[in-house]
Design a protein around this ligand. Structure first.
Ligand SMILES: [Fe+2]
Length: 303
């Protein structure tokens, strides 16, 4: 049976019905999911019954290699003992019934998830799909918003399209944290120098282009920093206008898959001192990487 996808927004976002992803092994069905990702950028799957191993195994079946060099590994040990399984929660690992306290460094680090970003753009190869699975959802709104970076690109005027064509951007997770005042030690920063990717990406499967930006976008090659950062801010402002944004309100056991190359996302604020929220994420890598992309090896280091 072909995949049933309901559109959730005029330009992107689909919800797939009647499918249990842990049981999907059929290559033609996996190919249909990938085609759905190409078209919608984000797919929502309700009521999935994953354990961690099934979650990881499905990610490998859908897209191959997993991202395990997360920024968070530089500041804390992974709670699950597996760097490919990212802890998107406010759970205190020393007492799993409690929340991370206000000034806990792990909490301060993760506050940057509330900035518009795309996962693993600071890596080479970059992140491709993220698959976020909801374990514990609080009774207050604690959502994830998505922005459609391909339609945002389409709506740029011709002069701006020409201006940004061919620009190369340095993405750094140290930079996105530093904009909030979070500091890494020199040893930590040395492990996360970042990566360089084109600002405009092509999606040959659907004949489209998209903006590739994030809070991690720190500088543009060949452009003075104030001019580069102003341009990045201006484009992120454009791309996150209401018309390009969808708000996903989570239900327990939702799995949401997004294409990090075609979207940005951010978590909405909630009272994380009084409510537990626990999701787990697996992100795949863009293999083969884009020809223009590379690991950052410049002398500028962390901005
Ligand atoms: Fe994220």
């Amino acid at each position: 049976m072909p995949l049933q996808i309901k559109s959730l927004h005029p330009s992107f976002m689909g919800e797939v019905s009647d499918i249990s992803l842990k049981d999907v092994f059929d290559e033609s069905l996996l190919a249909e999911i990938r085609a759905g990702m190409d078209k919608y950028g984000v797919l929502v799957f309700k009521d999935q019954q994953f354990d961690d191993d099934e979650h990881l195994a499905f990610a490998r079946r859908l897209d191959g290699e997993l991202h395990a060099k997360t920024g968070s590994r530089t500041i804390a040990k992974n709670r699950f003992g597996n760097e490919a399984l990212t802890d998107i929660s406010n759970v205190d690992p020393t007492d799993e019934n409690d929340v991370l306290k206000t000034n806990d460094r792990r909490r301060l680090y993760s506050l940057a998830n509330r900035l518009w970003h795309t996962d693993a753009s600071f890596e080479y190869p970059a992140g491709r799909y993220s698959m976020l699975y909801a374990y514990v959802i609080p009774p207050v709104s604690a959502d994830t918003q998505f922005a459609d970076m391909r339609t945002a690109y389409d709506r740029l005027d011709a002069q701006m399209k020409e201006r940004i064509d061919g620009l190369m951007v340095h993405h750094s997770i140290a930079y996105s944290r530093q904009t909030l005042g979070f500091e890494f030690s020199p040893e930590e920063a040395a492990k996360i120098q970042g990566a360089v990717h084109p600002m405009v990406r092509e999606f040959p499967n659907v004949g489209r282009k998209g903006l590739y930006l994030a809070s991690h976008a720190a500088s543009i090659e060949g452009m003075a920093l104030p001019e580069a950062r102003l341009l990045i801010k201006q484009l992120i402002e454009h791309a996150t206008r209401d018309e390009f944004v969808y708000n996903h309100a989570w239900t327990t056991r939702d799995l949401v898959i997004w294409d990090n190359r075609a979207t940005m996302h951010r978590a909405t604020p909630f009272d994380d001192q009084n409510h537990l929220r626990e999701l787990r994420r697996v992100t795949t890598l863009e293999i083969p990487p884009l020809e223009q992309s590379r690991a950052f090896d410049g002398v500028q280091g962390v901005h």
